[in-house]
Design a protein around this ligand. Structure first.
Ligand code: NAX
Length: 327
């Protein structure tokens, strides 16, 4: 049988953590033949560490055959030791009266420290996914704080936006969501992201011919996907957790095990594709194979799409500017 791999998860006692850890331990992320050791990180506060103990008791009580070990930590230098995968879920939420700049600064502190810890102790091949918001900028900060690790190992989660978009399109067309292919989400994980179905196919036929309604695209579809997180908070009284955990599983699963030519969306440091400046942590359509992702090339960007891409890029550059002095 396979040698266990190490999976670090931060914010492990939070609501996404609770929807995520059990699925990692049951093999849904890395395969039903891949044993895992969970290295869980929470803040040192007693309440968080106690909650983490409770989650660990439940993980033990599942008797998962693939769960080869569980560790609880309050120091990233220990939690990230030799880790092969790191899911950075914990982040500083926006408190009452907190300005956007304060939020960016508080998170910059967390993700500089975690980037440095990954740089110092993680596996040299570690695959990092940042979920904690602002996810793209946090991933950018972690990457910049880890100069000895390959930059392409740092990614941000756009998969929830991708899955939300696929589901809205399937709903509109009255088809199963699995029939929708070749969808792309460009940019920031925020309401400015651009979910783009111009190349999408439903059972091999163009989605845009089946929908053919630019008013629906601009005024229904894009706002619905962009504000989906807010709609869930409004309905549930809590932010998306199970769907966010599911997207994290999808992202890591596909990165590690390949998509067989299928397009998925990942937030990745730009190589300059589609005019996005190098290193901007941007959502792109990718395919993956052998543990590596490649950006889908040669897509035509029309005027409407360029406008949306420019807007989400400007937002990301503004976030990067706001934390530049902290890096
Ligand atoms: P919770 O507040 O339930 O849990 C967060 C946990 O992280 C807490 O237990 C907290 O103690 C811990 N934490 C905070 N700072 C930490 C640090 N420096 N090291 C380790 N642990 C730390 O939030 P939850 O609902 O689980 O959401 C977690 C993050 O995901 C939030 O930032 C949220 O905004 C973000 N999201 C990102 C999404 C995406 O698509 N990229 C979608 C869902 C979600 O909103």
């Amino acid at each position: 049988s396979k040698k266990p791999v190490r999976v670090a998860v931060t914010g492990a006692a939070g609501q996404i953590g609770y929807a995520l850890l059990f699925r990692i331990a049951s093999g849904e992320m890395l395969g039903k033949d891949q044993p895992v050791i969970l290295q869980l990180l929470e803040i040192p506060a007693e309440k968080a560490q106690n909650a983490l103990k409770g989650v660990i008791m439940e993980l033990e009580d599942c008797a998962f055959p693939l769960l080869a070990g569980i560790e609880a930590h309050s120091d990233p230098m220990q939690a990230f030791k030799d880790t092969d995968y790191a899911l950075l879920v914990g982040a500083r939420p926006r408190g009452p009266g907190m300005e956007r700049a304060d939020l960016l600064a508080a998170n910059a502190q967390i993700f500089t420290a975690q980037g440095k810890a990954l740089n110092a102790v993680a596996s040299r091949n570690v695959k990092v996914l940042v979920v904690g918001n602002p996810a793209n900028t946090n991933a950018y900060i972690a990457m910049k704080s880890a100069p000895d690790l390959p930059r392409e190992n740092f990614t941000a989660m756009l998969r929830l936006d991708h899955n939300r978009a696929a589901s809205q399109i399937a709903h509109k067309l009255g088809v199963p969501v699995g029939d929708i292919e070749k969808l792309a989400v460009w940019g920031n994980h925020s309401p400015t992201m651009y979910a783009d179905y111009r190349f999408a196919q439903v059972n091999g036929k163009p989605v845009k011919d089946a929908i053919n309604d630019q008013d629906w695209n601009a005024n229904v579809f894009l706002p619905t996907v962009g504000k989906r997180g807010a709609a869930i908070i409004e309905a549930r009284g809590l932010s998306s957790a199970a769907s966010a955990a599911n997207a994290a599983i999808d992202h890591m699963h596909d990165w590690a095990l390949g998509t067989n030519g299928k397009w998925v969306t990942m937030g990745i440091p730009s190589n300059g594709d589609y005019g996005i400046p190098k290193d901007v942590m941007f959502g792109f359509p990718v395919t993956t194979e052998g543990g590596k992702y490649s950006v889908v090339q040669g897509l035509e960007i029309d005027a409407f799409s360029q406008g949306r891409i420019d807007k989400t890029l400007a937002e990301l550059q503004g976030e990067a500017d706001a934390v530049k002095h902290l890096l």
